[in-house]
Design a protein around this ligand. Structure first.
Ligand code: SF4
Length: 367
């Protein structure tokens, strides 16, 4: 895949764009003014791999909690601001590492004021366009928009995507006029195809990094599916510098899914991947139970290992041979492979132990 070129933007110590590895971001779901709960959640997100964490700052009380939170965590923090630009100005004073503004609910003059303050403090802004909160003038003076609630399908998606791109571009041009170029863009819609189209439409019109996400994707499994398709298809086209999966649920899960998407596209190397077959009538071992025991161990591995756990001789030996470590099961047991070579035959009751031992050996060799 040919990666879209983008310029570098730094969020605290984290580099985004200009060929840097795709950054997985998280967002807290606590009330930010509850500093103890927020700090705990940020730490959990960071441990799960979030390299940047965003927080909602809807009140001055939440903004004032920022400096204490910042002292307690190591990960760069982003202030998510809507409606009230004073909150953004204060968040910048409190030392936040990036501000996300929504042009749909922030006037031009206010955005310029925020940009000036951000420039003084050398922090970037994310122009975070959302299909659910577009500027009124984009909708009301748009003849196409008047019929948008009556139509569905391709035309519906195009109208929304074009309005989102227009929203982002005019905010970009506004900031550029102020010579503020430390910009990241996101164009999130709840519809996957609208999201994809929006990013495709803007990708070659600006040099700034793109933050990918499908908004209001829902809970699992729908939210995982929508995020994986939306973010995954764009990344596969070389579009996207940073991602956030949004689920109605545990924010730590969002990080895991984010890395899962990167891993599935070979965009993340410092993590092991478990390949396991779905099983079928040919399988003669309890493969599900083997996978359930091996999976938690694999999730902790920080080196790029591939581990295959396969149910029978149809695809088993092939996948196991191509993996770093693999087991191809047969009747009541399996054949253990390492780096393409057969190590030994293993009885079913010993498969988990044999796999875990090989994983441990391989892991220490890779370090
Ligand atoms: S590897 Fe074998 S057991 Fe697993 S799904 Fe394929 S045919 Fe079925």
């Amino acid at each position: 895949m040919k990666k879209r070129k983008s310029q570098e933007v730094r969020v605290g110590k984290v580099k985004i764009g200009a060929g840097a590895p795709v950054v997985v971001q998280g967002m807290t779901k606590t009330h930010t003014e509850d500093t103890a709960a927020t700090i705990e959640q940020i730490r959990k997100l960071a441990r799960a791999g979030a390299r940047i964490v965003r927080m909602a700052l809807p009140t001055m009380e939440a903004v004032k909690a920022l400096s204490q939170i910042k002292k307690e965590v190591d990960v760069p923090l982003v202030a998510d601001i809507h409606f009230n630009h004073q909150l953004a100005l204060e968040a910048i004073e409190e030392g936040v590492d990036k501000v996300r503004i929504n042009p749909g609910n922030m006037g031009k003059d206010k955005i310029i004021e925020i940009a000036k303050r951000a420039k003084e403090k050398r922090i970037p802004l994310r122009i975070g366009v959302n299909s659910g909160s577009l500027e009124k003038d984009l909708l009301e003076n748009n003849p196409a928009w008047e019929k948008v609630s009556q139509i569905r399908g391709k035309e519906h998606r195009r109208i929304i995507a074009e309005a989102m791109v227009k929203s982002a571009l005019r905010t970009v041009r506004l900031l550029e006029k102020e010579n503020f170029l430390d910009i990241i863009i996101s164009l999130k819609a709840s519809n996957v195809l609208t999201t994809i189209l929006s990013y495709q439409l803007i990708s070659d019109r600006i040099p700034y990094p793109l933050h990918l996400g499908v908004t209001a994707a829902g809970s699992s499994p729908q939210g995982i599916i929508k995020s994986s398709i939306g973010i995954g298809m764009l990344l596969a086209q070389g579009i996207g510098d940073t991602i956030r999966v949004s689920l109605t649920g545990d924010p730590v899960e969002e990080i895991k899914i984010g890395y899962g998407i990167l891993g599935a596209l070979d965009l993340y190397k410092d993590k092991a991947i478990l390949i396991s077959c779905p099983t079928c009538g040919r399988c003669q071992v309890d493969l599900k139970s083997i996978v359930q025991k091996v999976q938690p161990r694999v999730e902790k591995i920080k080196t790029p290992l591939t581990i295959a756990v396969m149910g029978c001789e149809v695809n088993g030996p092939g996948e196991a041979r191509q993996a770093d470590i693999g087991i191809a099961c047969a009747k009541k047991g399996g054949v253990l492979f390492k780096k393409g070579k057969v190590v030994k035959k293993v009885k079913e009751k010993d498969i988990v132990k044999a796999l875990l031992e090989e994983i441990k050996k391989q892991e220490s060799r890779e370090k």
